[in-house]
Design a protein around this ligand. Sequence first.
Ligand SMILES: [Zn+2]
Length: 185
Amino acid sequence: MDFAHYNNSGAVFAEELVNTKGSVSGNEYLPTVEEWQDFLTRFGVKGVSRLTVADVEEIKGFRDRIRDVFFADEEGAIKLLNDILSEVAATPQISNHDGHPWHLHYSSDDAPISHRVAAGAAMGLAVLIVEKGHERLGICAADDCFDVFVDTSRNKSKRYCNQTCCTKVNVAAHRARKKEAGTSS
Ligand SMILES: [Zn+2]
């Protein structure tokens, strides 16, 4: 995993990994192995051409545990992350493969792909918590959404998983205010 190239990208990977499953619907947004390959490639995971259905199932198991980290309190989140990191034997390695500058990988290249995915996501959240604080892990504030997010904004202002939820809530609040004021919308 090549997360050290990009600021906070390990944490963003964790966020996007969790949100590959609908938080309310339970829908799988990446229903095929090919879509998982595209998703993992986008985050620099190596060896995805050999990805199997069994690998995807293992990744989904780790996805549920990474999701739990977002819903846990600080102490719980740290315990969950440490459990994952020791289980997948995260092994930091310095690499400059494919012409990239020196950067960190969080597992050895011959580790199973699900372990490399879990190590990358868990390290991303671990670094974010250590450097910026546990409150940077969030759950969407919209009523009907439990998608997760990492707040990398400078002033810790993020409240919604995405712009769609933010707009939806703002429109609803605007309508409610109008109703209170006795005007029709
Ligand atoms: Zn949302």
